[in-house]
Structures are given as structure tokens and as C-alpha cells.
Design a protein around this ligand. Structure first.
Ligand code: SF4
Length: 463
């Protein structure tokens, strides 16, 4: 997907004026947060689990080379292969090469944000290989030619009516007058269409929620079970995962799983939690013949060495999106790339480069909710401030635009009589502008007198 992260302001303005999008987002701020609260209220040790999860991730990241090599050794022992890729281009070429070697015409995919990050679908399609998303939300946005608007619920920006219209437009092999008014009808149709693809696929390409160094397993969680068909039906299974996903042991993975589903969708556990270890063994009827893991760095090693390393603890639960007032107002597409919401504001500049996402760290109310609810206690507001500081120092980006304003304010603040005069003049001017309506545009105007004037007046009354 071509990033438009540098145009957040225009994207957001468009999103706020889009009535259909606003209707789709209407219940967003209540549904997931409420479910999350309900489920964690039944788990008194939830905060202890968070501490445990943070400690595990910190330990892994301090010993990342050790655990990654251990993971690779275990995968090889099980009969699989690991491919190390420095950047998106290397990962795309590696995956394409593996698909070619498998003689693939059709590749089924289960939802993978890393796949979106490296734009693997476009690359495969350009080489003549059909890539089919099998997660329902991903499938819907794929046939609409859109990008995901949420890391967990990629089609959250659409209403049921939008989806029914899309199916009617794209599934032209089916009767035009069929009824898609109920969610069940949409599901049945998607299932029937995708079943054909599952059976035809030569390669299955999945992401991974975790990689287990102890056993060489990959862990994939879904609520639809589509990942299991992607991993098991085709002859070749390729796993695409970024390097920070590695976990030392199965027990550590269990800690993260307990945090993940509760934070993400407010479930005790997701419907399907699959541990896949290598290709099918002799005599096994299920499973692929070839098993490959593509390990992607794409800027993570650099993050590990700097002030954004805490971001690598992210388990992609989406809770920070679900609780963010900015996300709830503009939806995910306004962020202009794969990662949206608070986590996107930190991650996107790290992966794409600060110049391609300069608006994002400034698109925050700094209410702090994202850090409060993040299961991995990632200090998202602090890291957004790091980006702002960099912009301020370099003189580039949205934060730098306020530099001259701040200088003027500092100059005035050192001269109290002048400051009072300027503040009274500005307040009076705003009052004149908003006369009659009490507002300028959608904003209420200042009451007319400055805080200092009111303070002096009230102070003298009290005496
Ligand atoms: S930053 Fe935290 S809350 Fe947001 S997706 Fe990552 S783990 Fe979840």
C-alpha cells in the first residue's frame, strides 16, 4: 500500500466529513473497551500478568540474538527452513522465490500485518501469483482494493450494507437478486467462495503471533479458524514474522496469550490458538510438506538500540486503537498506512522514516489512555513526544511549525505587563469575531476577559 501518512491532516478532515464512516465507527468506543473491562474484572491477577509479560519481553529483547538462533536451530531440527531478511524487499523476493519453487498459482493467506507492511500481495500478483486473503475482514477489503483500517478488525470502517454491496459487485458468478441483508448470509457466501480457494492453494502464507525458541513452533491465534486451513491444506506453508515475536518458552507464550485475547477482543481466549511445528511428520495425514519461516527485521534492530525499543513489546492487541479518541473520530485509513492509532503513531515513523509520517506523532490528545490500557505497558505518549522533540530540534515536521510561536510566547512571558496587554487584546479580538454566535466555526469563543483579569477581580472580592 502506498503510504499517505504524511497527509494525516487532510485524511482526517475527509474522514470526519464522511457520514458512512462515522456511522460505521459509531459504536466503536464502547464495544471493545466494555468487553475488555468485563473480562479483566474476572481476572484479579491481570495487572501482575502485565508485569510478567513486560519482564519476558524485556528479557527477550536483551537477548534477541540468542533466542532467534535457538528458534532457528529448533525449526531446522523439525525439518523446516529459516530465511533471514533485512528489509521488505528481501522478504518479498524470498517469499516470491519460495512460491515459484512450489509452482504456486494460488496462495492463501491468513491475516498478517507484516504481510501488509511489506505489501506482499501486490508483489505476488505482479509476478502472476494470485494471493487470497482468507480472514473475512481482510478478504472484504482485498476485493474492495482497500487497506486495513484496524489491526484486528480490518473492515471496521464498513457497514453491513457496504459489505453486501461489495459482494454483489464482485461475486458476479452468483445470482444478482440474492438476499444479503443478514450477517449470516454474508458469512455463508464468503465461506463458499473461500472454500474453493483453500482447496486450490499451492502455498499457505501466514503471520505469527509468537515464535517459540524452545520448540521452533509458531503460534497463530484467530477467531475464524482460517489460519489453520492456510497452514495445513497446501503443500507449502510459509510463515512471515518479525524478529521481535520470538519467545523463550511455551510457558512464556501462555502468559502473553492470557493478555492478548483479553486486551484485544475482551475474550478469555481466542477461538483458535494453534501451535505449528515444522512440516508434517511421516505418517501424518495433516500438515504441509515444506515449512519455511521468513524472519523480517525491517528497522527493528535499529529500534532495539534506541529510545523506541519499548515499542517492540507490542503484541498487536489493538487495545490502544480501541480506546483512542482520535482513532474513534477518524478511523484507521486517516493514518495512511498499515499501523494506525497510538501504536501506529510510534511505529510508522520508525519503519517508513520520520519524513513520511511527520504528522502522526502530533495527532494525539495526550490523554494517556493508550499507555494506561496497553497490556505491555508501552509508554506510547512518551515515544510520541520523542518524535515531536526530534521534529522540534531538526526544524522539520508539524511540531517544528510551532517553534516560532513558542519563541514569541517565551519572549512575551518574560515581560508580564506586555503579556497582559497582548492577552487582553487577543481575548477581546476573539470576542468580537464570535459576536452573536458565541462561536468561531465549531469552537466556543473566549469569554472576553483573560484568566489573570478574572483572578485579580475575584481575588480582590475575597479580600
Ligand atoms: S501498543 Fe500496546 S495496546 Fe497498542 S497494540 Fe501494541 S500492545 Fe496493544
Amino acid at each position: 500500500m502506498e503510504p499517505t501518512s504524511h497527509k494525516f491532516t487532510q485524511n482526517a478532515r475527509r474522514a470526519i466529513g464522511d457520514d458512512r464512516l462515522q456511522a460505521a465507527l459509531a459504536n466503536f468506543t464502547t464495544t471493545f473497551p466494555k468487553k475488555r473491562l468485563d473480562v479483566i474484572s474476572r481476572l484479579p491477577e491481570f495487572d501482575d500478568l502485565r508485569d510478567e509479560g513486560v519482564a519476558i519481553k524485556k528479557h527477550v529483547h536483551a537477548n534477541l540474538d540468542f533466542y532467534l538462533e535457538r528458534f532457528e536451530a529448533r525449526v531446522i531440527e523439525q525439518g523446516g527452513t529459516v530465511h533471514w531478511c533485512r528489509d521488505a524487499q528481501e522478504a518479498r523476493e524470498t517469499i516470491f522465490g519460495l512460491c515459484r519453487a512450489a509452482g504456486a498459482k494460488t496462495v492463501t493467506k491468513s491475516k498478517s500485518m507484516i504481510g501488509e507492511e511489506i505489501a506482499i500481495n501486490e508483489h505476488l500478483e505482479a509476478g502472476g501469483i494470485e494471493a487470497v486473503e482468507t480472514d473475512l475482514g481482510e478478504y472484504i477489503i482485498q476485493i474492495r482494493g482497500e487497506s486495513p483500517s484496524h489491526i484486528l478488525v480490518p473492515a471496521i470502517h464498513l457497514t453491513g450494507e457496504d459489505i453486501a454491496d461489495t459482494f454483489k459487485e464482485k461475486h458476479t458468478q452468483l445470482p444478482a437478486d440474492r438476499d444479503l441483508g443478514e450477517p449470516d448470509a454474508i458469512l455463508r457466501e464468503a465461506r463458499a467462495v473461500l472454500r474453493e480457494k483453500f482447496l486450490a492453494a499451492d502455498v499457505g502464507l501466514s503471520g505469527a503471533n509468537m515464535l517459540i525458541a524452545e520448540t521452533g513452533s509458531v503460534v497463530v491465534v484467530t477467531n475464524e479458524g482460517n489460519a489453520d486451513l492456510v497452514m495445513n491444506l497446501p503443500k507449502t506453508h510459509i510463515v512471515l514474522a518479525s524478529i521481535e515475536k520470538v519467545m523463550p518458552t511455551l510457558e512464556d507464550a501462555a502468559t502473553i496469550l492470557r493478555l492478548l485475547a483479553r486486551s484485544a477482543t475482551g475474550q478469555d481466549i481466542t477461538a483458535y490458538t494453534t501451535f505449528a511445528t515444522g512440516p508434517a511428520r511421516r505418517g501424518e495425514t495433516d500438515g504441509p510438506q515444506d515449512f519455511h519461516v521468513v524472519l523480517l527485521d525491517n528497522g527493528r534492530t535499529e529500534m532495539l538500540a534506541g529510545e523506541f525499543k519499548d515499542m517492540l513489546r507490542c503484541i498487536r492487541c489493538g487495545a490502544c486503537l480501541n480506546h483512542c479518541p482520535v482513532y474513534a473520530s477518524v478511523g484507521g485509513h486517516a493514518y495512511g498506512w498499515v499501523y494506525s492509532g497510538p501504536m501506529g503513531k510510534v511505529l510508522t515513523p520508525n519503519i517508513l522514516g520520520a519524513h513520511k509520517a511527520a504528522d502522526l506523532p502530533n495527532a494525539s490528545t495526550f490523554c494517556g489512555k493508550c499507555e494506561e490500557i496497553c497490556p505491555m505497558r508501552i509508554p506510547l505518549p512518551r515515544m510520541m513526544r520523542h518524535w515531536r522533540e526530534r521534529q522540534f530540534v531538526s526544524g522539520k515536521g508539524a511540531a517544528a511549525k510551532g517553534k516560532s510561536g513558542l519563541k514569541l510566547w517565551a519572549w512575551l512571558a518574560k515581560r508580564p505587563p506586555l503579556y497582559r496587554l497582548a492577552a487582553s487584546a487577543a481575548a477581546g479580538f476573539l470576542r468580537i469575531l464570535g459576536r452573536g454566535k458565541g462561536r468561531i466555526g465549531r469552537l466556543p469563543v473566549a469569554e472576553g476577559r483573560t484568566f489573570q483579569a478574572l483572578y485579580r477581580e475575584n481575588g480582590s472580592k475575597e479580600q
